[in-house]
Every structure is written in C-alpha cells, then in structure tokens.
Design a protein around this ligand. Sequence first.
Ligand code: 2PG
Ligand code: MG
Length: 420
Amino acid sequence: MTHRVGSLSAIEILDSRSRPTLAVSLALEGAAPVTAGVPSGASTGTREAVELRDGDKGRYGGLGVTQAVGNVNGELAEALLGRAFADLGELDRVLIELDGTATKSRLGANAIVGVSMAAARAFAQAQGVPLWRYLTPAGVAARLPVPHFNVVNGGAHAANNLDFQEFMIAPLGAPSLAEAVRAGAEIYAKLRALLAGAGHAVGLGDEGGFAPRIDTPEDVLALLVRAIEDAGYRPGRDGVAIALDPAASEFHRDGVYRVAGQELSSDEMIERYARMVERFPVYSIEDGLAEDDWDGWSRLNARLGERVQLVGDDILVTNPAIVAEAIAKKVANAALIKVNQIGTVSETLETMRLCREAGWAAMVSHRSGETPDDFIADLAVGTGCGQLKTGAPARGERVAKYNRLITIEADTPDLPYGLR
Ligand code: 2PG
Ligand code: MG
C-alpha cells in the first residue's frame, strides 16, 4: 500500500541552546499532521552532513535557518506533495536525489532530516503502530536501551576548564528501564550534593550535566564513583558503569592532545585511557582520539578494544561508507548514531545495520542542541541497539527522551532492557 503526502511545511523555532532550528510538519493524505524538531551539534565532525545556516549576521548572529525553512516549504514540498510512497526508504531516496550533493549542503541536512523524521512518524501513524515498531528492521528484536546520563559536562559544552566533554553514568545492571532512570536521577542528586559540599559551582552545561571547575578527568571519575556509591549502587558492569566522551578532536592540535595542561602523543593518550580503565569502572570511551588520527584509533582498538567499548562519533559521523571502511580497518568496535550527522532516517538505519552485521555496538545519541522531540528514544528501542545517550536526567529537552522510554516500557512491559 502506498501513501500520498498531503501537506509539508516548516517554521523556524529555537533549540535548547537558544539557536534557531526547524520544526517540520508533514501529513499523509487523510491523516493528521505530525511534526519533528531538528537537533544540532556543537562539537561536529568535519565529514557530517551540512546544516544550512543563513549567515546573515543581522539575524541570530548568522545562525538563522530561514533558507532551510524555505527549502522545505518550497522545493521539498513541491517534490513530495501529492506523490505516493510505499515506505520511508522510497521517500528518503527522493530527498537525497533532489539535494544532489554528497553532504546535503544544497537544501540543507537540517531541512532534509526534519522531513525524514516527520515522514517516519507519518508512516508509523498510517500503519497504526508506535514509531519504534515502524523503525524495527525485519529480523531484529526491539529492546529498551541502557540510558547513558551525561552528568558532568566539559569541552565545547561548558565554560569550565575540563578538556573531556562528557562523563556519563550507565546503569548496565538495572533490572528495568524505569529503575535505570531512577538510578540516574538518584546519582545525579548525590553528585550535586558532593560538588556543593566540596565548594564547587553546580551550574549546568549544555546537556544538563554539572560543569564544575575540576582540572583532571581522573578527579571527575573519582567523584562519580563516590556519587554512585553514595546513592547505594555498585560501580561497575553489574551495577552502574561509566562511559566517557572526551570528544578528543576538540583538544587535538598539531598532532598533540592537550589534557589538563599536559601535551600527549596518541600513544600517551592511549596509555592514559588504559590507566583510567584499570582504576575506574569505565566501560565505554567515545572519540578517545581525534577524527583525523585513524592510525591512533587502530592502536587504541588493538590495545583496549577487547575490554572497552570504543565508540566512533566525529570519526564516523553515522555515514555508512565511512563506517564500512572503519569496520574493515578495525579502528573501533562501536559507532555513535546521530540522525542529523547523515541527514536521513533510512541512511541512519543502514549504518546501524552495518554495525549489527559486523558485531559492532551502536549507541543512539542526541545533539547538544535539542528540542523536546523524542524521536531518538524510539529509534534506540526499535533498532534494539541497547544504548541511548541523551544528556543528564535533567532539563526538559533531555528528560523528554528518558520519559519516552519510560512510557514505551509501561506500554510494552515484555520488551527486554539492557545492552545488546
Ligand atoms: C557528541 C554530541 C552529543 P554535539 O559529541 O557526542 O553529546 O555533542 O551534539 O555537540 O556534537
Ligand atoms: Mg561525541
């Protein structure tokens, strides 16, 4: 059965960092419109699909998205309105072909991804199934993902001196999603008390985590272990583990990694991680090295890949071609998954298929700039990847996703919880 697109439009709204983004509304003929809010990153990979920003310094400092909005309301609406599609894959192919560039820079990846996300919702609605079910590939079992709560923010996400961008707690051993969320919130509260007690500021970074003035990543890790214990949980894989996203491209310059005042080579950085993994319950490291340091990544994977999940974000940018190359070259063992890095939902699902077939893990992710749109919660559940990171258990645009997971679990109690 095919469905015709009945309406398509976009407007300019704000994201959680007070920057303009798009809200896209799409209806299939005879159905009510559904909407999508487009996310946007700060620490972006150089090979990501390209956001179209107006560049008019007189509006939003050049960050306006009126051209992208105009492309949805104009060219994209003209191409889709009245046209019949069997599924999302067919519709996404039209978007990709119409844009015609490898990076979606002509119409804007922000315009295209908004249309793709709204269309996925519309097809789910037409089939009368929740979004996560529509996104479940044939032969794949849906599951509730382990939430990765980003409780300390640094790097490009906070105005402190921490070089590492994200320190996450992951309740791998929780008995259910709801209990995992509870653990996240209880540890977040204990961490706040610990920070305040030590005289640190408890202001928040872009993803809702605390942004204290602490110099070294190891000091933050020690604090996290204490907060986990204070809240009554066991640090480690059978309880609450820790995941890092140093976002190393941001502190890698001229072949040198700059961490807490030290200048480190790739190999010294790798040994630093090896020591962290020895001392602390760190089970996952994302972007431990920079996106242009593929040789370093290979050595990191050879050194720690058996023990630790090594997640490529900036280096892989959810791009199926790049992920295929990375799998062949054994540079990591997991991929971060961001819909707006590649620009359509179908290509995102393709990247996740490559990961599954290679035995790689995949972690679905928000961006630092978000809206209350909870699409990624359904994406993580539907693809059964077992992992979602979407910020602290605080701030509406982050909590919206965790609350969506709670709702899915309440509606479908027989879905399993945990890592794949
Ligand atoms: C990351 C993301 C999300 P940003 O690096 O993983 O946490 O950050 O959206 O700023 O690229
Ligand atoms: Mg990252």
